[in-house]
Every structure is written in C-alpha cells, then in structure tokens.
Design a protein around this ligand. Structure first.
Ligand code: PLP
Length: 407
C-alpha cells in the first residue's frame, strides 16, 4: 500500500493551496510540469542570494563554491541514474535539447545517407522533429514502429525492423499521452544483439521507476528536471562515455574548449565538451534538492501512490461517465490518463474544468502522429503526482460528469 503522508507532503508545495476562480486548485497537469517543493524554491533563492558566481571560471571563493555545488549536483544525478561516471552526465536545457544534442552530434559522427533510425508511433515531437531536421542534410530513413489499439508497441514489428542500415533506436520510455510503459530492457537487448545503440526519452519514464542506466545497459537516457520537481530550463543527457567521447561538440563557445586560436581549437574533456556557455548552475544545484526530496520519499512509494490514483480515477470515470473513451490501455502504465467524452471537443471540456478549478491538459500533447493514429485531434489528459489525493480524484470525476452533462 502507498506509504506517503500526502497531507504533510502538500505543505511542502505552497502553490497547491492556491485558488483559481475562487475554487481550490486541483493540479492534474503533472506530465506537463510538476510543482516544486519549497526546498527547491528556497535553493534557487539561496543560490542567487549567497552563491552566485559563474562556475569553472573564477579563482575567487564564490566561484569555487558555486562550481563545487554544481559538480556535486552532477554527482547526485550520476548517483540517481547509477551511471558509471560523472563524465557521462551532461546538463542541458531539457529533454528536447538533450535529444537535439544527440541527433546533431551522433548524427555528424555516425549517420550517413541511407542509414535508418527506429522510432515509434507514440513519440513526443521532441523525439521526431530533431531526426527530421537531420534529414535535410542526410538521407535518413525513419522506421516507425506501430502500436496496437491499447497503445502497446508492436514488438514483432520492432524485431523485424532491424537491418544492416539501422544505426540507432530512439524510443520513449513512457508515453506522455497513453501512459504506456515500454519494455525497455527487451528493447535494448534486441537492439544490442544487432549492435545498435538505444536512446530512451525518459521525460516521463524517470518518474515512473528507478532507472539504473548500467543495469539497463542503455546508451543514452534523457529527461527534464522540471517534470521531476526541479526547476525549468534544465535537463540531463546521460550517455555512455565511449559514445560521448566519439561524438563531436554540439555547440561552440566558452567552457567547452581546451585551447582556442584562430587557426584551430581543441575541446575540453567530458562532460564540459558538451556544455558550451554559462550553464544553469543555480538550476542544477536546486535540482539536487529535488532529487534528494524524491529519494527520501522513495521512488517506489511515489510510484505506488500514483498508480493508486491512476487506477482509482480510471475506475470511477469508467463507472460514472457515459460515452467515455480512454486512450492508452496498456497492461503497464505510468500515472497518465487520456480520455474523451462522446464527441465533446477536449478544449471545450478543458476550459470548463478549468473554471471549476481543475488544471489538466487538453490538445495533442505534442504527439500529433499519435493523434492521427487514433484518428482524433486531441484528448484531455489528467496526470498524477505524489501530492495528489483520492479526494481530488473523486472531485475530478464529479466535475467531468457535470461538465459532460452540459453538452
Ligand atoms: N518527451 C516526452 C515523452 C515528454 O513528455 C516531453 C514533455 O512533455 C518531452 C519529451 C519534452 O520535454 P521538454 O519540453 O521538457 O524538453
């Protein structure tokens, strides 16, 4: 059974006691971004108040302290992912930048005309468009693995997708629309049998379970801090050292150099080779607090609590709302619930639910090919976090029922 003291946890998130339109806020848009515990907000304030000096540049005391704190944050991420070395942890702006980095840099080093990359129908645009951008200068084929009506990846099609031209598998760990948890261990094993590396988009997956990049033997794992109770504008690229060493820099500028002359520039070592310019060091320092926060609560406890809310809400909605269609019925799901009621437009329903205090997402969720797959333009999406309660779920289901009756 869930082991979280949610009432106490909610006190750590002041935003949750806000009202909207005179109604108590029920925040169910966690897959878009999660709220921040006060320790993270405080770390940002403390960082700018007491620790602000550019990292890796100054011999002066504050710069050294900031550098130490930033590098300690990197070690915390390394520990969180169980990576072999801190050299394998690159701080980026987010999942999107991490995938663009790999597309650009891995692409330069390893992709040639006629090569193929395996994606799936359930990818976020962040794991589609960077590869399409590459197509404008390399004649790449994107091999898209279909899903079934439950939102489960077609593993037969995946197995059959490999050929001598396949260079990379780039798949989501957990779908941000369907909640589907992909069988990543099997996905990686199959790819490695063909000597093909795997990138996992962990934007939703890193929340779902403890990720051990060494046990998984995954080649690249990417995620955003802001979905994991950390600040915006910060993300992580984990990459195996041997790949990162073989890949050229993504952006040029300060930090990433060894020595610069107008004739030639040498590059810094990992991970700095991929961190051009001033990094979001205050964000990283605050993110370390978010990691400590979730680790203290226990990732399994958080996941169990979220699963309870997902299953409870799914059951209540199914029992109580006529004309309900749920998108995403995979046997293993993250705490994401996408649905439509009859033919009511998700924006219309989303706007009315907002007026009642419920914040959830309506639209295509940056996954238009997936919407095409289901022949719809969008869904409503409720996504749960560690601070949500069963009472909120009950109120939400009642509100969906009430709003649906207005149409
Ligand atoms: N991939 C998935 C599966 C996502 O859910 C998201 C965000 O919703 C992204 C990528 C992009 O993340 P970000 O906008 O933080 O870069």
């Amino acid at each position: 059974m869930p082991m979280l003291d949610v009432k106490k946890i909610r006190e750590d998130f002041p935003l949750l006691s806000r009202e909207v339109y005179g109604k108590p806020l029920v925040y169910l848009d966690n897959a878009a971004t999660s709220q921040k515990p006060q320790c993270v907000v405080q770390a940002i304030a403390d960082g700018y108040t007491h620790l602000n000096a550019n990292v890796h540049r100054g011999v002066h005391r504050i710069s050294q302290e900031a550098t130490e704190a930033y590098e300690e944050a990197r070690r915390q991420v390394q520990h969180f992912l169980h990576a072999a070395s801190e050299r394998e942890i690159i701080f980026t702006r987010g999942t999107t930048e991490s995938i663009n980095l790999v597309a650009h840099s891995f692409g330069k080093a390893f992709l040639h005309d006629g090569d193929e990359i395996i994606l799936s129908e359930m990818e976020h645009h962040a794991n589609i468009v960077p590869w399409q951008l590459l197509q404008s200068y390399t004649d790449l084929k994107l091999h898209v693995i279909p899903i079934d009506d439950r939102g489960v990846l077609d593993m037969e099609a995946y197995r059959a997708a490999f050929n001598e031209k396949t260079r990379l598998v780039s798949l989501t760990h957990v779908s941000n629309v369907l909640g589907t948890v992909n069988p990543i261990r099997e996905i990686i094993d199959i790819a490695h049998r063909h000597e093909v590396p795997v990138l996992l988009d962990g934007a939703q997956g890193v929340l779902h379970c403890a990720v051990d990049v060494q046990a998984l033997d995954v080649d690249f794992y990417v995620f955003s801090a802001h979905k994991l109770y950390g600040p915006t504008g910060l993300g992580v690229l984990y990459g195996k050292e041997r790949w990162l060493e073989a890949m050229p820099p993504y952006q040029g500028g300060g930090e990433m150099i060894g020595h610069v002359t107008f004739a030639k520039t040498t590059f810094n070592e990992l991970p700095f080779k991929f961190e051009a310019g001033t990094p979001n060091y205050i964000g990283a320092i605050a993110f370390a607090k978010a990691l400590a926060y979730v680790s203290d609560l226990g990732l399994e406890n958080i996941a169990a609590h979220e699963q309870d809310l997902l299953q409870y809400t799914t059951r209540l909605l199914t029992e109580q709302v006529e004309g309900l269609r749920i998108f995403g019925n995979a046997p293993e799901k993250g705490a994401i619930l996408s649905f439509l009621v009859r033919d009511i437009h998700p924006y219309d329903m989303g706007m009315l639910l907002d007026k009642l205090g419920f914040a959830l997402r309506s639209g295509h969720h940056c996954a238009q090919p997936l919407m095409d797959r289901f022949n719809i333009t969008g869904t409503l999406r409720a996504s749960f976090a560690l601070y949500n309660t069963r009472e909120e779920c009950e109120a939400f289901v009642a509100a969906v029922k009430r709003v649906a009756q207005m149409f």
